[in-house]
Design a binder for this molecule. Structure first.
Ligand SMILES: NC(=O)c1ccc[n+]([C@@H]2O[C@H](COP(=O)([O-])OP(=O)(O)OC[C@H]3O[C@@H](n4cnc5c(N)ncnc54)[C@H](O)[C@@H]3O)[C@@H](O)[C@H]2O)c1
Length: 427
C-alpha cells in the first residue's frame, strides 16, 4: 500500500483518487476549492456523474480531501497532479494551475517521492516549466531527488464502457528510474497495458497527438458535411457506407461545434509550441477554424429554413436544447452552445435555453416550458433526455423548424409531422 496524493479533484483527479483507493492505496485529495473538498469528504460527487457518485458512496471516506498541502504531500509516496490546463483569451496555453501546483508540491514533497503530471501539457512543459520550479527548492529531478514523470489522462467522462481502470496508458519519465517507478505504480492500479516511452516529451506529445487527431478528423467531417449538404447527400449515409471498409477508415461525426476542456483546447497547446520552435501548424489551425465556425453554420441552417417560410431570426422564438459540450454530462467548458446562443441573441432572437444537466444555465424550468415558448428549435447537445423525447410533443407545441446540431433525432418522423428538419449534413 502506498500513500497517494491527488492534486485537483475534478473530472480527472476524482476518478483517479477513487481508483487508487479501491486498489488499496491510502488516498489524499488536495484541491484549492473548498466546496469540492467538503463534498468529497461527505462522500458526494461535486461532478454530476453516476459512476463517481456510486464509487464515493462505496468507498465511504477512504479518500481524505483537504485544502492543506502540508496535511498530505509530505507523507506521500506518490503525488499526481490533475489540475486544469486551459487557454487564455488569445488561445495561448495557460499553465498557471500547473505552475502553482508544482510550486506547492516543491515546498512539501519529500525526497524519493514519485511525482506524476497527468494534466495535458505541450511537449517540453515538464522539462522547461516544472523542473525549474522544483529546482528553486533545490530538488534536482534529473538526479532523481524526486522521480518526475508524465502519464497523460485519457478518461472520457460519461463513457460507461471505457472506464479509467481499463484504459491503457503511456508514461514517460525525466529519468529511466522515474519512468520505471511511474509505470510500476500505474500497473498497480490498472487492468490495462502501461507503455513506457523513452522520454517525458514523448509522453506529453502523445496526448496532444490523440486530441489533435480528433479535432482534425472532426473538422474534416464537418467540412464534408457542409459540402455534401449542397450536393444533396446525407453525410450519415456516406459515413455508414465508408465504415464498411474494414481498414483505414475511422468514422467521425459532424456537429454544431467542438467543446470541452480537451479537444477544443489541446491543439492550441501544440500550435503555440510549434510557434515557439519556429514551426507553423497550418493543418491544426485550419481544423480549429472549421470547428469554431460550426455554431455559425448551425445558426445559418436555421436562417435558411426561416427564409423558406419568409421569417427571420430577428424576433424569432428559438429554443436551444443543451448547454453541455457533449451528451449526458454537466460539463459546459468551451461548449459551442454558448456561441450558438450568442449569435442568436446578436441577431435579435428571443432565446429559451434548457439543459437537464445544467439547470443553473437554463432560463426555463423544463423541456415542456421550452417547447411551449419556442417556435423553432436548435439542438446542440445529444443528451439522452432529448434523443428520447416524444416527438409528438413538437407538433402539439406547434414547433415549425428543428435544427438538429447532433444529427440525433428521427428526421423522418419530424418531417412526417410537417415540421422542417435540417441537421449537419443531413436533411
Ligand atoms: N475533462 C476531461 O475529460 C479530461 C480528460 C483527459 C485529460 N484532461 C486533462 O486533465 C486536466 C484536468 O482536467 P479536469 O477536467 O479534471 O479539470 P477540472 O477543472 O475538472 O479539475 C481540476 C481541479 O483542480 C483544482 N485546482 C486548480 N488549481 C489547483 C492548484 N494549484 N492546487 C490544487 N488544486 C487545484 C481545481 O479546483 C479543480 O477542482 C487538464 O489538463 C485536462 O486537459 C481532462
Amino acid at each position: 500500500m502506498k500513500s497517494v496524493t491527488i492534486i485537483g479533484l475534478g473530472y480527472v483527479g476524482l476518478p483517479l483518487a477513487c481508483l487508487c483507493a479501491e486498489k488499496g492505496h491510502k488516498v489524499h485529495g488536495f484541491d484549492v476549492d473548498k466546496g469540492k473538498v467538503d463534498s468529497v469528504n461527505r462522500n458526494t460527487s461535486p461532478i454530476e456523474d453516476e459512476y463517481l457518485a456510486n464509487k464515493l458512496k462505496y468507498l465511504n471516506n477512504k479518500i481524505h480531501a483537504t485544502t492543506e498541502p502540508n496535511e498530505c504531500i509530505p507523507n506521500s509516496d506518490v503525488v499526481i497532479v490533475c489540475v486544469p490546463t486551459p487557454v487564455d483569451r488569445n488561445n495561448s496555453p495557460d499553465l498557471t494551475a500547473v505552475m502553482n501546483a508544482a510550486s506547492t508540491v516543491s515546498k512539501f514533497i519529500k525526497h524519493g517521492t514519485l511525482l506524476v503530471i497527468e494534466s495535458t501539457i505541450y511537449p517540453g512543459t515538464i522539462e522547461e516549466v516544472v523542473l525549474p520550479i522544483l529546482q528553486k527548492q533545490k530538488i534536482d529531478a534529473r538526479r532523481n531527488d524526486v522521480l518526475v514523470a508524465h502519464c497523460p489522462e485519457r478518461i472520457d467522462p460519461g463513457n460507461r464502457k471505457w472506464t479509467i481502470d481499463i484504459l491503457p496508458r503511456v508514461v514517460g519519465g525525466v529519468t529511466k528510474e522515474s519512468s520505471k517507478a511511474a509505470a510500476e505504480f500505474y500497473r498497480s492500479i490498472l487492468s490495462a497495458e502501461v507503455l513506457e516511452l523513452s522520454s517525458v516529451k514523448a509522453a506529453e506529445a502523445t496526448k496532444i497527438m490523440e486530441n489533435t487527431f480528433r479535432d482534425v478528423n472532426i473538422a474534416f467531417v464537418n467540412e464534408m458535411a457542409q459540402s455534401f449538404d449542397k450536393a444533396g447527400i446525407d453525410i450519415l449515409e456516406v459515413i455508414k457506407g465508408a465504415s464498411t471498409k474494414p481498414f483505414a477508415f475511422m468514422p467521425h461525426y459532424p456537429g454544431a461545434g467542438v467543446g470541452g476542456h480537451c479537444i477544443a483546447q489541446d491543439p492550441y497547446y501544440m500550435i503555440e509550441r510549434g510557434r515557439q520552435l519556429g514551426f507553423n501548424h497550418e493543418f491544426l489551425m485550419l481544423a480549429r477554424k472549421i470547428n469554431n465556425n460550426m455554431p455559425h453554420y448551425t445558426v445559418e441552417l436555421l436562417e435558411n429554413e426561416l427564409k423558406k417560410i419568409k421569417k427571420s431570426v430577428k424576433g424569432a422564438k428559438v429554443g436551444v436544447l443543451g448547454l453541455a459540450y457533449k451528451g449526458n454530462v454537466d460539463d459546459i467548458r468551451e461548449s459551442p452552445a454558448f456561441e450558438v446562443i450568442n449569435i442568436l441573441n446578436t441577431k435579435g432572437a428571443d432565446v429559451f435555453i434548457f439543459d437537464p444537466h445544467v439547470k443553473a444555465g437554463s432560463n426555463v424550468k423544463d423541456l415542456d416550458e421550452l417547447l411551449n415558448k419556442s417556435d423553432y428549435l436548435v439542438l446542440v447537445t445529444d443528451h439522452r433526455e432529448f434523443k428520447s423525447v416524444d416527438l409528438e410533443k413538437l407538433k402539439k407545441h406547434k414547433i415549425l423548424v428543428v435544427i438538429d446540431g447532433r444529427n440525433c433525432l428521427d428526421k423522418e418522423k419530424i418531417k412526417s409531422m410537417g415540421i422542417a428538419y435540417h441537421g449537419i449534413g443531413r436533411f
